[in-house]
Design a protein around this ligand. Structure first.
Ligand code: ADP
Ligand code: MG
Length: 333
């Protein structure tokens, strides 16, 4: 189910690619499974350079996966394994990512909270286990391990402290977005001005497909994997989506999915999806996750504070809501 959903999200993007007219420049396409999802890289440029840039991109994703993975051994799992035992040494890069996640947590009153790790372990949406509805008592217990404001970072000593045993950081809501920003830097280093990189539905649209022709990215209909609710023409933008249809199961006709409200411990049910478009270099992915948890009113209020971003929200009834100025970015169907 997981792969099917991911593939369909990716397919809607590729379909639009192939519909966007004759392409005089060579397009080098390559896909790999990384960060627990399908990664598609499409680079426009001379063959050898495009191939080398693509390889650098995959290497960079692998490198960041080794820093941030929650389930496979990584620098992050060392921090999590040491919770309750004292400060852990960590690289400046990882501390930077965690610091940024904590900043978004503060801004969103904990709607985005990287310390959801204890809950992630229970629900198992991305882990090796089968996703399932945990007993209420276990959710209550896990909630005592959640709290972004209890994390202590010492930037000088390069250490981090998770004070309680069982506390755990889950960077699944920020790692892909961080990686897309790094990939934009790699593309510049290779002198590539045109590329589309899709990490499981979070996408970097570097440059345009052709001069005057932006990349076209489809926003998937949360209840119809073959349908799209909007098209976004993009030039030098990042587009991210948080949805209840990517990783989920149903039990007694209720849908349970992978975006957890850190206050209740249960999946947030205010929205079906949030798609955000914004500048390269921003912190868009956590903004999407946070907006998903906040719901229409609070979410749109928050989006107003994130510079240069536009959002399309699909609520629990299937109605679309656009943030200010988003009508110019999303061509709704
Ligand atoms: P996706 O990864 O499907 O694109 P998101 O970008 O919203 O969706 O990230 C969801 C991931 O973020 C989850 O798989 C989990 O690792 C983590 N997560 C879930 N709920 C929260 C939350 N409230 N705050 C921070 N991270 C979360
Ligand atoms: Mg996403």
């Amino acid at each position: 189910m997981r792969i099917k959903c991911v593939v369909s999200a990716v397919l809607s993007v590729l379909l639009l690619l192939s519909c966007s007219g004759n392409d005089p420049l060579p397009l080098h396409k390559s896909s790999r499974l990384l960060m627990g999802t399908l990664v598609d890289v499409a680079v426009i440029g001379e063959e050898e350079r495009a191939k080398a840039a693509t390889e650098s991109i995959f290497n960079e994703i692998k490198r960041i996966e080794n820093l941030t993975s929650f389930y496979n051994p990584s620098e992050l799992t060392k921090i999590n394994d040491n919770s309750g035992k004292g400060p852990t040494k960590a690289s400046g890069e990882l501390l930077g990512i965690i610091g940024e996640a904590l900043r978004i947590a503060r801004l969103t009153g904990g709607a985005f909270d990287p310390t959801v790790g204890a809950l992630s372990r229970l629900w198992q949406f991305s882990g090796p286990g089968e996703p399932h509805l945990p007993p209420e008592s276990e959710i209550k217990e896990a909630l005592t391990k959640v709290g972004w404001n209890r994390v202590r970072i010492d930037t000088e000593a390069e250490t981090i402290l998770l004070p309680d045993a069982g506390m755990a950081l889950d960077l699944g809501g920020i790692a892909k977005g961080y990686t897309l920003n790094r990939i934009a830097e790699i593309l510049s280093k290779w002198g590539i001005t045109s590329a589309l990189v899709n990490i499981g539905g979070d996408i970097l649209a570097a440059g345009e497909k052709q001069p005057g022709k932006p990349w076209l990215v489809g926003v998937e209909d949360p209840r119809n994997p073959r349908g799209i609710v909007a098209v976004a023409p993009l030039k030098d933008r990042i587009i991210v989506t948080s949805g209840d249809y990517e990783r989920f199961f149903t039990k007694d006709e209720k849908r349970y999915h992978h975006i957890i409200d850190p206050r209740s411990g249960y999946p947030s049910d205010k929205l079906r999806s949030v798609t955000i478009v914004g500048p390269i270099g921003g912190t868009l992915q956590p903004a999407g996750t946070a907006t998903f948890v906040l719901g229409v009113e609070e979410g749109l209020k928050f989006i107003r504070t994130v510079e240069g971003t536009q959002a399309l929200l699909i609520d629990a009834e299937g109605n679309a809501h656009l943030s200010e100025g988003a009508g110019a970015v999303f061509e709704t169907k």
